[in-house]
Design a binder for this molecule. Structure first.
Ligand code: PEP
Ligand code: MN
Length: 285
């Protein structure tokens, strides 16, 4: 990794540099960061139902795609700016920071204006112009591992963002392509251990896109925390089988809240904590 100057740490024991997502909430601190929400933002009611169902659980942040990278150009491509507005409105109302994907340099101003964290999707992990451009913002960046990226390529992609002056990069292992098609991808938990030892960047795991099947998500999520991940991003939907994208891997909102609670003993076993959210907190107008 001789070309990674800013991402690497000097010894495996050196500390992770926390990346702040919101006041009092950072990736790479003792407290784990859990992000939940649908694959795609579909409408206001859907996002309200997700936020309302998760806010009393240890899930602190919301996800939802407004710009969707779909395999087919005929599939739903996302609500675009309207989706960003829904995310921002619900995030403010429920006081939950928003993580959403930016697919192109031209979308950056709109995503920066509405979201708390910019997600770079797997398919764009080596879109160097996009990496450089998010590197010129001051927003935290969630960089997902490419579908077939080596760890050297993954760290190199993070280096692009860091080298442009944005130090707020979080890595996300989301499964890689292999020969077995039973699961959508193969979750590489070895990569989590390597990246935590090699880099000072926080590392989180997306068990949803790794598994591709909802019934595999909770066990993989638990394994990820046991392996030392700093958090999780998990897809859930008020009516999973009605999801316009990635329905097969979507948890129900209740199952997501249950999973977040079930992570507690595993978090404690590896010296981490999970947030305790006051579900009775006043909603913002
Ligand atoms: C997503 O988070 O919905 C997504 C498209 O993820 P990935 O880029 O990891 O496939
Ligand atoms: Mn998805």
């Amino acid at each position: 990794m001789k070309n990674a100057k800013l991402a690497l740490k000097t010894t495996p024991e050196a500390a992770t540099t926390p990346v702040q997502l919101a006041p009092g909430l950072a990736f790479g601190a003792e407290e784990l960061v859990l992000i939940g929400g649908p694959c795609a933002v579909e409408n206001l009611e859907q996002m309200e139902a997700v936020a309302a169902g998760l806010r009393a659980s240890p899930v602190q942040a919301l996800r939802g795609g407004a710009f969707k990278p779909r395999t087919s150009p005929y599939s739903f491509q996302g609500l675009g700016v309207e989706g960003l507005q829904i995310l921002q409105q619900v995030g403010r109302r429920y006081q939950m920071p928003i993580v959403t994907e930016v697919m192109a340099v031209s979308q950056i101003p709109d995503v920066v204006a509405h979201a708390d964290m910019l997600q770079i999707g797997s398919r764009n992990m080596q879109n160097f112009d996009l990496l450089k451009a998010v590197g010129e913002t001051d927003k935290p960046v969630l960089l997902k591992r490419g579908l077939a990226a080596t760890l050297e390529e993954f760290v190199g992609a993070a280096e692009y963002v860091l080298s442009r002056g944005n130090p707020h990069v979080v890595l996300c292992e989301r499964g890689i392509r292999s020969f077995d098609t039973f699961t959508r991808n193969v979750l590489d938990l070895g990569a989590v251990v390597v990246l935590k030892q090699l880099t000072h960047l926080p590392v989180i795991v997306d068990p949803s896109h790794a598994a591709g099947k909802w019934e595999l998500v909770a066990p993989l999520a638990k394994a990820a925390i046991a392996a030392g991940a700093d958090g999780l991003i998990v897809e859930c939907h008020p009516q999973p089988d009605q999801s316009v994208s990635d329905a097969r891997q979507a948890l129900s909102v209740d199952a997501m809240a249950q999973l977040a609670g079930d992570l507690q003993p595993i978090a404690a076993a590896v010296g981490r904590t999970l947030s305790t959210v006051d579900g009775t907190a006043q909603l913002a107008a």
